[in-house]
Design a protein around this ligand. Structure first.
Ligand code: F6R
Length: 611
């Protein structure tokens, strides 16, 4: 989703902003632009292009060669993920006022932009783009009389919707930013400051940051940054020091972030699980204020991959904690008039903590009186600030747009939460708790073993890469694994893939089966193993091509499958953590064979901050 970087200070501002934007590429975008203010020019200097940052870089190099480099001490840049209007040069941000003096970038959606645009047009404003953003430019331009923060504040009283915006004016020696819902963070240096939509843009320069909250405005000048509410009253917030270093966000020698992140999963699990089991080895210490005995029902809200992690989480909470639990896709929750009360726990699950659907679902839960818990990766994110309790998954920065290590870390966090529920509610006895914890302890090494089987997955990928569609099947805890396997394949290889609970296949999807359809079936040990084997026979009787994911030692499965991906065997409830590994590897190997942009697949954004 759109990336924003603003800078003011003594460096070549355009270079700093361009570098920052390149560190936000993981968010996904389809055009990019930059605006620079300098004392030597009466107007702002802007360059923007549809396409990747390299296209913008090439345009800037051409300008420099022609003797007109982009120079100045204030710059604002943007990578745009198109919502209103196609990804064209004109629709790319920054957008300029008619007199060329004011430039603005925006992330989010202005919901009342049509009414505002009509009103502004009737007052003679000339609109150049198809974006909702441009109304902001004209509104602020109308209000500007030498005080940029005041003009932004006044303009924003007219606006409804989500935004993070950054504005600069050629006659005004500051950069002004404001936030409602979309993330913004300020970086502080000596005689320079930054504003960006995410921390990686700042890391090469500073680790001292201040998070901007909803309804706040920030004014940057070379001496630092000051925060205020949208009514102009000051906000006093201390800077925080970021612990990640820039290297943590690099590829570590691998061709893709996604591969690096998959291979990190054993370490990620060690971080998620480490230090969170009580000294007696029978309970989880998660530092939550929440009392599981005060919960009658759990509703989990999440999107995409996080929703599949939530599906496993719901099953674990029911199995270990004997509490009714179910998942509602976050984008649906707030429109369902959900039935929740003070004894309902609404759990929001999100890697980024910024997914607007999930954030709004959590807010809806709160509004209706539910207790809330957020299971998150990114610290200081919007969800972290709004939930009653937060359980961090500690996956570290996830740069690949397709989520892998965050998924596995979410499952680890749910395994701990379910243990806590089981113990607090008295539904998990000592022996069962000890066995569960022993399973958790072994998990990082087991996942490392599953990852080491990459060559067997690569062989299967050769065939899947030649298919047009694929079907993923799983039962019980692994229904979610099948959905996640299909989603991963779709996202990064662009092959069509469907997932079903295995038992559902005969109720319709069986019509799809022919020799061209790979059917990937999860068939590790479980009470339904034999039923799964029968279903595989049904596929093969119709010439389907079966890839079974089976437990080590299951020699019998080879009779019912054309290819077998073996995985180490763990407790049924922990199997999704292991079984998703061949799903991730398969999607990756297929995408590489098809020459896809693995880390930044088309049309996708890392952090989806629009509804
Ligand atoms: C899939 C993927 C998305 C996200 C979804 C939620 O690989 O990454 O489906 O899982 O957009 O994102 P978060 O977890 O940041 O709320």
């Amino acid at each position: 989703m759109c990336g924003i970087v603003g800078y003011i200070g003594g460096r070549v501002a355009a270079d700093v902003v361009l570098d920052g934007l390149s560190r936000l590429e993981y968010r996904g975008y389809d055009s990019a632009g930059i605006v620079v203010a300098s004392a030597e020019r009466p107007e702002l200097d802007v360059v923007k292009r549809a396409g990747k940052l390299q296209v913008l870089r090439d345009a800037l190099t051409e300008r420099a060669r022609a003797g007109a480099p982009l120079r100045g001490v204030r710059a604002v840049g943007h990578t745009r993920w198109a919502t209103h209007g196609k990804p064209t040069d004109t629709n790319a941000h920054p957008h300029l006022s008619e007199d060329g003096k004011l430039g603005l970038v925006h992330n989010g959606i202005i919901e009342n932009y049509v009414a505002l645009r009509d009103e502004l047009k009737s007052r003679g404003h000339d609109f150049r783009s198809e974006t909702d953003t441009e109304v902001l430019v004209h509104l602020i331009e109308e209000q500007y009389a030498g005080d940029l923060p005041a003009a932004v504040r006044a303009a924003l009283t007219r606006v409804r919707g989500a935004y993070a915006l950054v504005v600069t004016h050629v006659d005004h020696p500051q950069v002004v930013a404001a936030r409602a819902t979309s993330p913004l963070v300020v970086g502080l240096g000596e005689g320079e400051s930054w504003v960006a939509s995410d921390v990686p843009a700042l890391l090469p320069y500073t680790k001292r940051v201040v998070y901007v909250h909803d309804g706040e405005l920030v004014v940057l000048d070379a001496s630092g940054a000051t925060l205020q509410h949208l009514d102009g009253t000051p906000v006093d917030r201390a800077a925080e020091i970021i612990e990640w270093d820039a290297d943590a966000a690099e590829k570590g020698g691998h061709p893709h972030y996604m591969l690096k992140e998959m291979l990190e999963q054993p370490d990620v699990l060690r971080r998620t699980l480490g230090g969170r089991v009580t000294p007696d080895g029978l309970d989880a210490d998660l530092e939550l204020a929440l009392d599981p005995r005060a919960v009658d029902r759990v509703v989990l809200v999440a999107a995409g991959t996080a929703s599949y992690a939530a599906t496993v989480g719901a099953a674990l909470l029911e199995r270990l904690g004997r509490v009714p639990a179910g998942v509602v896709v976050a984008s649906e929750f707030r429109y369902q008039e959900p039935v929740v009360d003070a004894r309902t726990l609404v759990v929001a699950v999100s890697q980024s903590g910024e997914t607007i659907d999930t954030l709004e679902a959590l807010r809806e839960g709160r509004r209706r009186g539910a207790r809330t818990l957020a299971i998150l990766n990114v610290k200081g994110s919007s969800l972290a600030r709004e939930a009653d309790d937060v359980l961090y998954i500690h996956a570290g920065p996830e740069i690949g747009v397709a989520s892998t290590k965050a998924y596995v870390a979410m499952l680890g966090a749910f395994a701990l939460l379910a243990l806590r529920f089981g113990r607090a509610r008295g539904t998990l006895d000592d022996a069962a708790a000890a066995a569960w914890v022993a399973g958790l302890d072994a998990l990082p090494d087991v996942v490392a073993l599953a990852l080491s089987r990459r060559p067997q997955v690569a062989a299967v990928a050769e065939r899947v890469a030649g298919a047009r569609d694929a079907l993923f099947l799983g039962r019980g805890f692994d229904v979610a694994t099948a959905y996640e396997g299909a989603l991963k394949l779709k996202e990064i290889s662009y092959l069509h893939a469907e997932a079903y609970p295995t038992g559902e296949m005969k109720h319709g999807p069986i019509a799809l089966i022919d020799r061209d359809l790979p059917v990937v079936a999860l068939a590790t040990p479980s009470p339904t193993y034999e039923k799964t084997v029968s279903n595989l026979q049904e596929v093969r009787a119709r010439d389907g091509w079966v890839v079974a994911v089976a437990g080590d030692g299951d020699t019998g499965i080879a009779e019912h499958a054309d290819a077998v991906l073996y995985v180490p065997v763990v407790a049924e409830g922990l199997a999704p953590v292991v079984n998703v590994i061949p799903m991730q590897l398969l999607a990756y190997e297929v995408a590489v064979r098809l020459g896809r942009d693995v880390d930044q697949p088309r049309n996708l954004a890392k952090s989806v901050t629009v509804e």
